[in-house]
Design a protein around this ligand. Structure first.
Ligand code: NAD
Ligand code: DAU
Length: 363
């Protein structure tokens, strides 16, 4: 192959050592056999152990670095000449964005700008046929649409943006940059806005793995406010399949909402996990993990409800989730029970400091 040609067997994934990114790297290589160049800064949330199963597999290359590093991104594009870039890299935890928003602006806004800017330079130099085939897929969130009241209809792709946290505002800004690069330069972009994911390799700062981890340690399980906030939950492999579908079949310039049709209150999520742990661990008579549930002070600016209308991706591209919440949460609890070493390794050190910062002063 001419070294200036685009390589239709190579994909660049950013943030592929994090939760969804790592699941996607595994999924993509399994389903397509293509090579993945994985650019990840390895922040506290990036964990090479998530990619352990690919050790020695020539189809996966991890480059440790920042999407905001112009020279690095440019040289990776020149060296690997991918047919697509999938951008997962982000600061992703709402509570951290409340206590320290700076990194969210740096990575989610400035970093995404740098990545898409370099991608555009690379794309402009491709031949016409390659330009048409190239894709830049930006992975975003339903939080950009803000918060719903109890009876509001679910978010569609045309719901106006109304982000409420520094995290969702930074993701909204990145979505606007992606939109503008398509509109102004013609870069073939795709944006996906997905609801809450859960599954293997999720860092236990997020609700579901946090609850499992705390319950196993017999420590108080913190539920913010009244526990009646609602999220729409999607098993991570269904999200990976949706991203693959959009990458292969989506129309450049379009946005696709992705969701699991599983609107559940936080307290019901927590009770379900406690029930599954009671069942799986058959604890002593009289003990229920539910007794660990502790209501704590609310998250500032806490969005009340998210719900996704995934009709567009379902009807136009034929994607549907395979897991129900009942099947997905069972698999997830089992995975954490079967991987105590993974949990042990990531919950030492800096993790303890975060738990202290976020929970110690909460009443
Ligand atoms: P995560 O926090 O688990 O992983 C983020 C990854 O990005 C980590 O590996 C981290 O090291 C890497 N990273 C951070 N800053 C970087 C930088 N400057 N350069 C390169 N790499 C960097 O996040 P996640 O939950 O896997 O989310 C992935 C993406 O999906 C994010 O863009 C997030 O906004 C979006 N999303 C997440 C959810 C969810 O429920 N988790 C739902 C919808 C959308
Ligand atoms: O909706 C998609 C978003 O989902 C993603 O864009 C984010 O990256 C991801 O972190 C997630 O955001 P949430 O804020 O919804 O997820 P989190 O797991 O932090 O919290 C889920 C709900 O549980 C939320 O209403 C807050 C509540 N919660 C969370 C924690 C960590 C608690 O009650 N107690 C807790 O200790």
């Amino acid at each position: 192959m001419n070294e200036n040609m685009m390589n239709d067997q190579t994909l660049i994934v950013t943030g592929g050592a994090g939760f969804i990114g790592a699941n996607f790297v595994h999924f993509w290589i399994k389903k397509t056999g293509q090579t993945v160049v994985n650019l990840d800064k390895l922040t506290y949330a990036g964990n090479p152990e998530n990619l352990e199963l690919l050790k020695g597999d020539g189809r996966h290359h991890l480059t440790v670095g920042d999407i905001g590093d112009q020279g690095l991104v440019s040289s990776l594009l020149k060296a690997h000449r991918p047919w697509a870039i999938v951008n997962f890299a982000a600061e992703s935890h709402v509570d951290r964005s409340i206590s320290a928003p700076d990194a969210f602006i740096q990575t989610n806004v400035v970093g995404t700008f740098n990545l898409i800017h370099e991608a555009t330079t690379y794309w402009k130099a491709l031949n016409e046929e390659e330009k048409t085939r190239f894709r830049f897929l930006h992975v975003s969130t339903d939080e950009v649409y803000g918060s719903l009241e109890k009876d509001d209809p679910p978010f569609t792709e045309t719901t106006p943006y109304a982000p409420n946290s520094p995290y969702s505002a930074s993701k909204a800004a990145s979505d606007h940059l992606v939109r503008a690069f398509h509109h102004t330069y013609g870069l073939p972009t795709l944006t996906t806005n997905c609801s809450n994911n859960y599954g293997p390799y999720q860092f236990p700062e997020k609700l579901i793995p946090l609850v499992i981890h705390r319950a196993l340690q017999r420590k108080p399980i913190p539920v913010y406010g009244d526990g009646l906030n609602i999220r729409d939950w999607l098993y991570v492999e269904d999200h990976c399949a949706a991203i693959k579908t959009v990458l292969m079949q989506g129309t450049p310039g379009e946005v696709y909402n992705i969701g699991g049709n599983n609107e559940i209150t936080n307290i019901n999520i927590v009770r379900t996990i406690c029930r599954l742990l009671d069942e799986q661990l058959s604890p002593e008579v009289g003990f229920s993990h539910e007794s660990l549930i502790t209501f704590v002070s609310d998250r500032p600016g806490h969005d009340r409800r998210y719900a996704i209308n995934a009709g567009k991706i379902e009807t136009r591209l034929g994607w549907n989730p395979l897991e129900t919440f009942e099947t997905g949460i069972r698999k997830t609890v089992r995975w954490y029970l079967d991987h105590p070493q993974w949990v042990e390794n990531i919950t030492s050190g800096a993790y303890q400091k975060w738990i202290q910062t976020n929970y110690e002063d909460r009443k």
